[in-house]
Write a new protein. Structure first.
Ligand SMILES: *Cc1c(COP(=O)(O)O)cnc(C)c1O
Length: 391
């Protein structure tokens, strides 16, 4: 019988040391020793899996990677210092000058900056496509297209990409299927089922889930990860062993945390849908979501994020945040604490109005990362702040 997700997340751990510790120790050691010149030489030839140096690998990052690979049903992986270094490595390890990328228009802000500002300096171009119309992506293919980059659900519009269609599309055209699975986590959505080559995570969000550490992961097919490992080994974005230890511990509670995040998020979304000060609510598991059927097909639950539009635009959005008493105003997400963001005045304020509108960020849009506080307290705080909005 195959073990459950929860069991794998808790019992998948490295071998115990001579102390037979129950919890995994932290290996704060930059390098590791060898008992002979021969052992050292064969390790450097890649003939043993002994640990050499913590920029390449470390028992704690190894343990974390192994666990994430089990949960994502991926063959191999590499742990990085942040989600963005994982995103960057997953691109830079594969592309060269002259290559072209097809990217879903609704990607994380810094991923957008990599595509639009950094990669063009190195002669790598991209075409943005609509996340919810994979059938139209054919038109974006060029003879030099190498990779498809996407997120599902997207931030903060919570638009979905049909992963089965992307799998067929990338296979047909021989493109690398690169997905940022940070918003869903492997508990909610398993991109490897659809043929994803590279699955990227910001572990900073739901994986750690407690707002403590930055970290990222790239997992996927072994021959792909070989290139990511080479790139990271020599460019140096390694994750700290301490952060890997924390994140591996956090994964032990990922399923129970997400069960509650998702049930709180669904309850909040349903409440907001009935609220007189709210124009619209986006949540994948609300039947009003335009891709509700797809959400039910490819996701276990709707996730921990809810977006809604306060009536009255920019002024109301800011007034609403100023009325909040308990929840946090922060740009982060995936924490035990409920976090509110007003993208138009913060995370997406550098985008032009047309660019914002194209990804569904209206002036009154609020993103809620629903926490683990009592749902009645979350609803009450948001309700009183909404009621105080005048427009
Ligand atoms: C936060 C985030 C990132 C970047 O992760 P960091 O750990 O902050 O570098 C990338 N993708 C998505 C979808 C994110 O939410």
């Amino acid at each position: 019988m195959e073990q459950s997700f929860e069991t794998k997340a808790i019992r998948g751990q490295i071998e115990r040391t001579q102390y037979k510790e129950h919890s995994v120790p932290v290996f704060l050691s930059s390098s590791f020793t060898f008992s002979s010149a021969e052992e050292m030489a064969s390790t450097f030839r890649g003939e043993t899996d002994a640990t050499i140096y913590s920029r390449y690998s470390n028992p704690n990052t190894d343990e974390l990677i192994q666990k994430v690979c089990t949960l994502e049903e991926a063959e191999d992986g590499f742990a990085t210092a942040s989600g963005m270094s994982a995103v960057f490595a997953s691109i830079a390890a594969f592309l060269k000058a002259g290559d072209h990328v097809i990217a879903s228009r609704a990607v994380f802000g810094s991923t957008h900056q990599i595509l639009t500002t950094i990669l063009p300096n190195w002669g790598i171009t991209h075409t943005y496509v609509e996340p919810d119309h994979v059938d139209s992506w054919e038109a974006a293919i060029q003879s030099n297209t190498k990779m498809v980059i996407l997120e599902s659900p997207s931030n903060p519009g919570l638009r979905l990409v049909d992963l089965e269609k992307v799998g067929a599309f990338t296979k047909k055209h021989g493109l690398i299927f690169n997905i940022d699975n940070c918003f869903a986590t492997p508990y909610i959505q398993r991109p490897s089922k659809y043929g994803a080559d590279l699955i990227v995570h910001s572990g900073t969000k739901w994986m750690d889930g407690q707002g403590r550490v930055l970290g990222g992961l790239v997992v996927g097919k072994a021959e792909m990860i070989e290139k990511v490992r080479f790139f990271c080994r020599h460019t140096g974005p390694a994750m700290s062993p301490f952060h890997a230890w924390l994140m591996s511990k956090s994964l032990e509670t990922l399923a129970v945390r997400l069960d509650r995040h998702c049930s709180n998020a669904f309850a909040l979304a349903s409440f907001l849908e009935e609220h007189p000060k709210v124009n619209r609510v986006w949540y994948p598991f609300l039947s009003s979501h335009p891709q509700y059927d797809l959400a039910k097909r490819q996701m276990r639950y709707g996730g921990g994020l809810v977006s809604f539009e306060v009536k009255g635009g920019m002024k109301s959005g800011m007034q609403f945040l100023n009325g909040i008493k308990m929840c946090s105003l922060s740009s982060n997400l995936g924490d035990t604490r409920t976090i509110l963001t007003h993208p138009a005045s913060t995370t997406h304020s550098k985008l032009k109005m047309e660019e914002r509108t194209a990804v569904g960020i209206t002036d009154g849009l609020i993103r809620v990362s629903v926490g683990l506080e009592g749902i009645e307290d979350i609803k009450a705080d948001i309700d009183q702040a909404l009621n105080a909005v005048s427009y």
